[in-house]
Design a protein around this ligand. Structure first.
Ligand code: URA
Length: 237
């Protein structure tokens, strides 16, 4: 187990600078395993109980923010009751315990964010956050102008009406077309249900952006860390 000098340990916990931590130690404000320690130099590890002014402190774990290009055939959970592969299986080289932010269906591919930052997850998945999510979908047939209009202005699905959305036709074939859909909500299988509701079931679905963060050319099954700017843009969007 890694041993760290007490003043550095206190600083790593985000309680005070190293200099201020030394002062706290000299003042007798620091206890290690219940005993006041007032001389410098003692080493501690995370298994020691360190108190500053009566409060137990713990080192802050490093916050990581991962962007994964999820392939089809993976569940967006940490563990699956049916033992199917999970998105966590794809994060080789990530040592921190991260959790998915929101979810993509088993068959859906594309942009998925994972993090160990609980506040960030809470904010991003809060119903009022309404961050813009864009999907590329291959659907059966080609929607008419009227169908696009009802898709965009609100559809009655089960017990709710969808908020304003966007649908853009990217390319068409004889029996299918590729569209881009932008929504601000994140209800269960929402894009699939919306396309179904206008009579054009989804054949393939991929999330390509979340707010200002885009999937770019990250290969399927690969991951990268989000940049600081990307994390901030998601936080503040
Ligand atoms: N909408 C869906 O229908 N499925 C997803 O995975 C994401 C959004």
């Amino acid at each position: 187990m890694e041993m760290t000098r007490l003043q550095k340990y206190i600083a790593d916990c985000g309680v005070a600078s190293r200099r201020k931590a030394e002062e706290l130690i000299q003042q007798g404000s620091v206890k290690v395993n219940g005993i006041v320690v007032s001389e410098m130099g003692i080493k501690v590890s995370s298994s020691d109980r360190v108190e500053v002014n009566g409060s137990v402190i713990k080192p802050e774990s490093k916050k990581v923010y991962i962007l994964l290009n999820k392939p089809s055939g993976y569940v967006t959970t940490v563990k699956d009751q049916f033992r199917r592969p999970t998105v966590i299986d794809l994060l080789k080289g990530v040592d921190e315990r991260v959790f998915p932010v929101g979810r993509l269906d088993y068959e859906t591919t594309g942009l998925l964010v994972l993090t160990n930052d609980g506040d960030f997850t809470h904010k991003m998945t809060h119903p009022r956050h309404e961050i813009e999510k864009t999907y590329q979908a291959t659907i059966a047939g080609t929607p008419t102008k009227d169908e696009i209009h009802s898709f965009e202005s609100g559809l009655e699905i089960e017990d709710y009406v969808t908020s304003p959305a966007k649908l853009k036709i990217i390319s068409t074939k004889e029996r299918t077309c590729v569209i881009e859909v932008t929504i601000h909500e994140g209800r269960n299988r929402q894009v699939r249900k919306m396309c179904e509701a206008i009579g054009h079931p989804v054949l393939a679905l991929k999330r390509i952006s979340l707010g200002k963060v885009t999937l770019g050319n990250l290969p399927e099954g690969s991951w990268r860390e989000l940049t600081r700017d990307e994390v901030n843009s998601l936080r503040n969007s």
